[in-house]
Design a protein around this ligand. Structure first.
Ligand code: ZN
Length: 241
């Protein structure tokens, strides 16, 4: 089985289209899974929600999705994120809002757990950014392979006797180890590489491969500015931060 795993699309339609083109042309046999944050930051919330829901039932709730519906407070968000949440609330259709409301926090697939932020407590939106944070998660749950998003950094944490982290573009999973795998961000990468990022998990080969795709960043950046969203949100796309 092959899974095509996208996360943190953040209303960036051009980035989403570019990774789904890649799926259609090179991974058409894969199952699409979305780890959440379809909306927030970007200018195309309705188009992104519709595109994801058309193509998969496996889409899970992110903190921005939850904030738009009002079930997570945006108080802890930075001012740019908060402004974008407010903008999204004003522009999302009623139908798409109810799609966001229908999303669950995660799901156990045969070969892995899928969740937006942290497996130990998905609703607290913990950021797994360090080896220590990953270690605490490995201790708290017993899933062998866990896919997450949320930090926008494509990274693989592995645990045997100790926890290690790698930023390699492809990783062969070792049967003796456990893994927390961050799929990276389609619509707002923060690893210094502005290309749209997602992951393919081949459960037969036990291999994870990252896909990094160029897209028309200038077009998205202009849409952000034209929408009246904070200019910083368009500038950061070009730098991948
Ligand atoms: Zn996000």
């Amino acid at each position: 089985m092959k899974y095509f795993i996208v996360s943190d699309i953040h209303s960036n339609l051009e980035a989403l289209e570019s990774v789904l083109d890649e799926k259609d042309s090179h991974h058409s046999d894969s199952q699409l899974v979305c780890l959440g944050d379809i909306v927030g930051y970007g200018p195309s919330p309705n188009e992104c929600i519709e595109m994801i829901f058309e193509r998969t039932e496996h889409t899970f709730l992110g903190n921005h999705d939850s904030a738009v519906t009002g079930s997570t407070s945006s108080e802890r968000f930075n001012s740019y994120a908060r402004e974008a949440i407010q903008w999204t609330r004003e522009h999302i259709s009623r139908e798409n809002l109810s799609k966001l409301r229908s999303m669950h926090l995660g799901r156990h697939f045969d070969d892995f757990l899928a969740v937006h932020a942290s497996p130990s407590d998905p609703r607290s939106w913990i950021y797994i950014t360090s080896i220590y944070a990953a270690y605490k998660e490995f201790k708290a749950v017993d899933d062998r392979v866990i896919f997450i998003g949320h930090t926008h950094i494509p990274a693989v944490f592995s645990m045997n006797n100790e926890v290690e982290m790698t930023l390699q573009d492809s990783v062969d999973l070792d049967r003796d180890k456990r893994y927390i795998i961050n799929a990276g961000s389609v619509g707002q990468p923060r690893n210094g590489d502005p290309r749209a990022c997602c992951a393919v998990f081949d459960t037969e080969k036990m291999e994870v491969m990252y896909i990094k795709k160029e897209y028309d960043i200038d077009k998205t950046a202009k849409k952000i500015r034209d929408a009246g969203l904070p200019g910083f949100l368009s500038d950061r796309l070009k730098r991948g931060v």
